[in-house]
Design a protein around this ligand. Structure first.
Ligand SMILES: Cc1cc2nc3c(=O)[nH]c(=O)nc-3n(C[C@H](O)[C@H](O)[C@H](O)COP(=O)(O)OP(=O)(O)OC[C@H]3O[C@@H](n4cnc5c(N)ncnc54)[C@H](O)[C@@H]3O)c2cc1C
Length: 555
């Protein structure tokens, strides 16, 4: 059975969002609200009312929602982020805040809260982070003390402080992670509960249209039915259970923010005349400021789409895949927005042209829902296990599958992606032999290399599927099959070069006394450097093709 909305319904939803934004959030207003550091409460409430009903997307049909799947949520998050990442964050906070209910709540709890969110458009906040518990949620200090009467628990008393909570000052309903005697547990707390208050909104670098505030819990008494799942100690597992999905949402934010910036740089550069012609015709401009960013964004999109499809197909929580998608998409979104400021020159540096706001906004995506460094660690640790379990064959095996794809579709970059995978397997094996991952930096850099190699494979597969006419119906259709093949070739070259040269650098760099010259030469040979170098031939032509596609020029 197909999960989620059908394509027509998804398209209609996306159109309604765009149309709503045209009416309610024009650029001029976004700039003003950003300058005034103001949360547009009325607009966000309208989005969650009958007028748009965006919250219905992630609520199951049995609770009066639309029952959207992961793929739908990715497409909607991307569209929202392209409008304004602060407003998107306010909406995401309700998605996130209700996740502990969806994942851990009893049938009664789910029915009660999810139906209310659907019908009443309640805004939620997700209260996990604390002043001393950020990346390390295990350091949680907020407590939930059971109130015991006649031998049974008749309630809990919550005490503590939460920090950086999106919608913190404006939500109707909060999910709060607190330490009960049985371990970290989620509780539902309503706005206005005695002893529950929030601080002033933070004055932030970006996403200034979102409300981020600390929460104070001072002897807040809740009934026992507010403990999600009805048992203590399930909180961290419940949070973990949706990481794949929630990280995909933030990945979609990176993608949407990055593309929003590129979509402003493209028309600007087609019109801006310098040195006798439009900037869009200057190779030193397009191949630095536009093309590489589009390629990286689309590589990340491929990974997001594959992961969303797999989650919707019931393949599990896919936390590592969610981490790879978030890492690549958020870093690509940031780089794209930074380049867009440069692409607009002096105008890019002003508020009016929006790209500097987009840059400030998209910056958050490498921080919240797990920082980029935590993503690198998550990715590397998981794939390290695969490397060990397969005695070093994990990425060689993936490479062989890519070689088969290359034999069938030689134009999608699969052959070069295979080289990246073989090189990655060799780098990881040298790390194992030398016990180099005892250096945290080496472990984290492996996370980066793994993300690049896997995204190169994903983009090659997406290009091949496009050529086969087998992309999922709800895929983004900005590029056709020939276009995706070009992008696939460019990104595969980048990934292969990165894996080989950075891999060599960190393996050699981690050796204290220096690797014997023979060792270095053996490693260079094992990495397949000559083949990776040879595969770079044609890179500039492909990048030019990409520029031609983006500017609608006949290639
Ligand atoms: C605008 C905004 C909105 C937010 N919304 C929410 C929300 O709605 N709900 C919520 O619960 N939280 C929210 N957060 C919190 C966010 O998830 C955390 O800020 C984030 O997880 C990082 O935690 P931290 O800020 O404590 O940084 P830290 O964990 O202290 O990290 C600081 C730096 O150290 C690095 N680092 C951390 N641990 C390690 C390690 N073991 N090894 C190496 N490097 C490490 C990090 O990558 C980072 O670069 C929000 C934050 C912001 C800024």
């Amino acid at each position: 059975m197909a999960i989620g909305l059908d394509r027509e319904m998804l398209d209609m939803t996306l159109e309604s969002i765009t149309e709503f934004a045209h009416r309610n959030l024009p650029d001029g207003l976004l700039v003003e609200l950003d300058e005034r550091d103001e949360f547009p409460a009325d607009v966000v409430r309208k989005m969650c009312s009958e007028e748009l009903g965006i919250q219905l997307l992630f609520i199951a049909e049995e609770f009066n929602g639309m029952g959207g799947g992961t793929f739908d949520v990715y497409r909607v998050c991307e569209r929202m982020a392209a409008i304004d990442l602060g407003v998107a964050t306010a909406v995401l906070a309700t998605f996130l805040g209700s996740d502990p209910i969806t994942v851990g709540g009893s049938p009664d709890q789910q029915k009660c809260w999810m139906t209310r969110i659907a019908d009443e458009g309640l805004l939620m906040a997700y209260g996990a982070t604390e002043p001393e518990a950020g990346s390390d949620l295990g350091a949680l200090k907020t407590t939930a003390e059971p109130v015991v009467e006649n031998g049974s628990v008749v309630g809990y008393v919550l005490n503590g402080k939460k920090q950086w909570i999106s919608n913190g000052g404006v939500a109707d309903l909060y999910s709060i992670l607190a330490l009960a005697p049985g371990g970290p547990s989620w509780f539902v707390v309503e706005r206005g509960a005695p002893g529950f208050s929030h601080g002033k909104p933070e004055n932030k670098h970006g996403i200034r249209l979102s409300n981020t505030a600390p929460l104070y819990l001072d002897d807040v008494r809740v009934d026992p039915d507010r403990l999600l799942g009805g048992a203590e100690g399930l909180g961290l597992a419940q949070a973990q259970a949706v990481f794949g999905y929630t990280r995909l949402m933030v990945a979609a934010f990176g993608l949407g923010g990055g593309w929003a910036a590129v979509d402003r740089a493209l028309p600007y550069s087609a019109e801006r005349i310098q040195a006798g012609g439009p900037l869009s015709e200057k190779q030193g401009y397009t191949l630095k400021l536009i093309v590489p960013h589009v390629v990286r964004l689309e590589a990340a999109r491929s990974y997001i789409e594959e992961t969303a499809e797999r989650i919707d197909a019931g393949e599990g929580t896919l936390n590592t895949e969610g981490a790879i998608a978030k890492y690549l998409a958020s870093e690509a979104g940031n780089a794209a927005a930074e380049a867009a400021i440069q692409a607009l020159g002096g105008y890019g540096y002003t508020h009016e042209y929006m790209v500097e706001k987009i840059k400030r906004d998209v910056r958050i995506t490498t921080i919240y829902e797990g920082t980029s460094e935590i993503m690198e660690m998550t990715i590397a640790r998981d794939r390290w296990q695969s490397h060990i379990k397969t005695r070093g064959d994990h990425y060689h095996e993936q490479a062989r599958a890519l070689e088969v794809l290359h034999a069938r579709r030689p134009d999608v970059g699969a052959g070069t992606a295979a080289l990246a995978h073989h090189a990655l397997a060799e780098v990881m094996e040298r790390c194992r032999e030398g016990r180099l991952t005892r250096n945290q930096h080496v472990l984290f850099r492996l996370g980066e290399l793994i993300a690049h190699a896997e995204c190169a494979a994903s983009l090659a597969r997406r290009a091949a599927r496009a050529a086969d006419g087998a992309l999922p119906p709800k895929t983004d259709r900005r590029f056709d099959a020939a276009g995706l093949a070009v992008l696939g070739r460019v990104f595969a070259r980048e990934a292969a070069m990165k894996v080989a040269s950075d891999g060599l650098r960190w393996v050699l760099g981690a050796e204290d006394g220096g690797m014997p010259a023979t060792g270095a030469a053996t490693l260079e040979a094992a990495l397949g450097l000559p083949a990776i170098h040879a595969a770079q031939a044609g890179l500039l032509n492909d990048m030019e093709r990409c520029a031609d596609m983006l500017y609608g020029r006949a290639g």
